[in-house]
Design a protein around this ligand. Sequence first.
Ligand code: GDP
Ligand code: IMO
Ligand code: MG
Length: 445
Amino acid sequence: MMGGVRMDKVKSLVVVGTQWGDEGKGKVVDYLAKQADLVVRFQGGNNAGHTVVYGANIFKLHHVPSGILNPGTLCLLGNGMVINPLVLIQELDELEKRGIGISNLRISGKAHLIMAYHEDLDEANEKLLGEKKIGTTGRGIGPAYADKALRRGIRAIDLTDFDRFRNRLSEILPLQNRLLEEIFDHPGYDLDQLADRYRSALEKLGPLVTDVSLLLDDNLRSGKKILFEGAQGALLDIDHGTFPYVTSSSTVAAAAATGTGLGPQYIGQALGVIKAYTTRVGEGPFPSEDNTEAGEQLRQRGNEFGTTTGRPRRCGWFDAVIARYAALINGLTGLALTKLDVLSGMEMINLAVAYRCNGKEIKHFPMSIEELKDCSPIYESFPGWDEDLSRVRRFEELPAAARHFISALEEAVGVKVELISIGPDRSQTITCPGSRLVDWIEPEK
Ligand code: GDP
Ligand code: IMO
Ligand code: MG
């Protein structure tokens, strides 16, 4: 027993990205959400683009948890997130127009807001960096988290009262304006005009603001199942990623605790979503990047264009060095392998098992970006398969070459594959024999 909660009854699962984002977290969360009572985002903001597909319906979610498409699932935006109120109300309007109810959505009062000046500062910072730019999504993520750390952010709780919101803005805006005007040659904002721009967001979002930590505690006590939805990926983590080419939040499983206001004991299994190859959007080193025909083939077949910005994603082979590293920093208990279907028709499939770095073979992920830039992948090659996998529903039906590739991948990473995705649709999902996700998967009829 912990504070009255029976720990043996706690059912929680964290779903995180293990590469540089866009691994298919939205698809996996939507699939598992059917068996969840709550789905909670715990970090990031609208830099995330999570795609959910069922039948002819395609949803691209940026702030809203991917559980929203399952009626009855309570969806929460945790305190670890940064939220752009103007974008969030558009996202909610869009969902409502498409018949998706949002009465089950709640926002932590402690989440910080992305304001218009954060977007300006993001763009201006990138311009100033020139060739050394990060390649951000331009959504104001870095400046919003920086203001949180500098203790001059505005929080979702301030959305519950217009006077409070305006007051808080009046304390902060003079400084933001000086920054914009003096450093970035921007005209700055008028307090009343800017505050007014947020009026309708306050009306819509204010009533959704709640204490997420308390709400989660109540739900855990009554035995409810909680799914935590990560955004971005391990290599974009502010501490452990390819710094400085990272995002500004903690993307690892442990952040599900701090990002929602729960203790670490509530974080149960950690499922790492991993693509059968690797992609990256934005700048920064990427050892297994393939700039030949094969990389282009992966981009076209995998439709690797950004969900948020539409940028073509850089593509390359599966990298077990980063996957092992992601397993370490997240404490992964299992893998959800996505986009295996995209590899159909490849004559040979490469898998990086180690790096050659300054003449030496290394199996661990280096700490410095300078060292990483000198790393080239050491590949093992596997024969491909021609079969279309999109209709496969059982592990045993996969071609022998695909099964062989999966077991080599598991061996190289040291974590079991529990779920396989062979297409964007909800139905295109295979549970592996012996999967420990029993609580999260609908029993077969
Ligand atoms: P996320 O950010 O991790 O949620 O991933 P994104 O949604 O940004 O990118 C993944 C893309 O791949 C989306 O367009 C998905 O619809 C699609 N997708 C997900 N799983 C699969 C799969 O197994 N096969 C194929 N072909 N597409 C997939
Ligand atoms: P999902 O949740 C892929 C990348 C940007 C850039 C870096 C910093 O869909 O997987 P930021 O705007 O966060 O300051 O940009 O991080 N990035 C992502 N790449 N998927 C994402 O989210 C990303 N969110 C941020 O391209 O390189
Ligand atoms: Mg994405």
